[in-house]
Design a protein around this ligand. Structure first.
Ligand code: ARG
Length: 411
């Protein structure tokens, strides 16, 4: 699909994510990969003839979606000991396919919060160079974690001397990890502040890293111009990380009312993956998940949705983050219906995947909006998602940076 010259999209219904409203019959003028103008029908009549015209007059058009928590590198749902058989180059090749299906599902930007061997940096570069299709990627490089923690690899016995690349203990050692990530191209820092579901031998309730180490990570990352995302399920780790100044809490499963209040006060985003539990509990066992992980998921899944509801009702900043990779890529849109079931309006859920993430990613005005100056990242669905949020599970049209990657519309 060529994107030279001027392209105009006729949007029958258009969602204005900033105003939280819809408009009808808008004409989106695209040039050089960006949105030049959004015109009414009358203003459009006076425009010169565009080079390309895309008729989405019977569709609902919205900005490209984003996911604040994905893992594109590696085979999805590759749990437990199965994961040990995958080399980093092989995982990167799978990442190429994962990037394509993610983009085709309407997710035009993702944060990749942890990957082996900096493969996420190369994936981003290959996409930006135009070699392969994929979303805009904000990569974290290696997740930083304590020895034996959720971001380490604890599957093998001592004699294998297996230590994940992001493991460091102590304030200066973690600063070095932040600097190393930056050196090799990371744009965001991810660290593990509690145990996790899918890691062996970690407890979801136990804090990982001291307050001092967390503050060192945040200070170093912010000094270098990067935001910080913390993996945290248990309440103590969540509270300590928010106090340390993280920009988003991932999972946030057992977040207390006190921590919700502090997050609101400090502007900390909550990236709560409320869909993935259903996938883990239905598919995990057959896919080789560790029995202890299944047990942990049974404790955390329902609780997380209840805490999500509390956070949503309090008006906390909810980032749209799904942990894609734990479930197959391209199904990122499934979480919308869960967020609506557990307390957000459809508009708020859409804002979470657009303007809230844009702010968290430091890309305000560039992504998550259809207005002059933003990247031409535009999607369309045949059913208005404000009437049926599940429409976002099946996106019919995807444009990124002015190039069309999917067009399953009749027009
Ligand atoms: N990667 C996460 C972990 O291992 C997945 C947690 C998924 N469960 C959930 N209820 N969100 O901890």
């Amino acid at each position: 699909h060529g994107n030279a010259g001027v392209t105009v999209i006729h949007a029958g219904t258009m969602i204005d994510t900033e105003a939280g409203t819809t408009q009808t019959d808008q004409y989106i003028v695209i040039e050089n990969g960006k949105i030049r103008d959004v015109l009414s029908e009358r203003a459009y009549q006076r425009l010169e003839q565009p080079n390309h015209f895309i008729d989405l007059s019977d569709m609902t058009v919205l900005p490209g979606l984003s996911d604040s928590h994905a893992h594109l590198i590696g085979k999805a749902a590759n749990y437990g000991y199965n994961s040990l058989a995958e080399s980093t180059p092989r995982a990167a090749i799978t990442g190429v396919a994962n990037a394509k299906v993610t983009l085709e599902a309407g997710f035009t930007t993702i944060r990749n919060v942890g990957a082996p061997g900096f493969a996420d940096i190369d994936l981003r570069n290959a996409i930006d160079d135009g070699d392969i299709p994929g979303p805009r990627i904000i990569p974290a490089g290696r997740s930083i974690g304590i020895t034996g923690g959720h971001c380490d690899n604890n599957l093998l016995p001592f004699e294998y001397e297996q230590i994940a690349g992001g493991v460091a203990d102590g304030p200066w050692a973690v600063r070095t990890k932040v600097r190393e990530n930056k050196k090799y191209g990371a744009e965001v820092i991810k660290f593990c502040g509690t145990g996790g579901v899918l890691s062996k031998g970690t407890s979801i309730g136990a804090q990982q890293f001291s307050a001092e180490e967390m503050k060192a990570i945040v200070d170093e990352a912010h000094q270098l111009g990067m935001k910080v995302a913390v993996h945290a399920h248990g309440s103590k780790g969540i509270q300590t990380a928010i106090e340390a100044g993280v920009d988003s809490v991932e999972h946030a499963s057992m977040i207390t009312d006190e921590s919700i209040r502090l997050a609101i006060q400090k502007g900390t985003a909550l990236s709560m993956d409320v869909y993935v539990s259903d996938y883990i509990l239905s598919e995990g066992e057959a896919a080789g998940i560790l029995p202890e992980s299944l047990e942990k998921e049974r404790q955390v899944g329902k609780a997380q949705r209840e805490r999500f509801q509390a956070a949503a009702k309090s008006g906390a900043k909810i980032a749209y983050g799904t942990d894609a990779g734990v479930y197959p890529h391209g199904l990122n849109g499934r979480q919308f219906a869960y967020m609506v079931k557990w307390g957000l309006t459809p508009m708020q859920a859409i804002q979470s995947a657009t303007i809230v993430n844009a702010k968290l990613f430091d890309r305000e005005g560039q992504i998550g909006v259809i207005k002059s100056g933003a990247y031409a990242d535009i999607i369309a669905v045949d059913t208005n998602p404000l009437e049926n949020i599940r429409a976002l599970e099946d996106v019919d049209f995807v444009m990124k940076n002015g190039t069309v990657y999917r067009n399953a519309t009749d027009g």
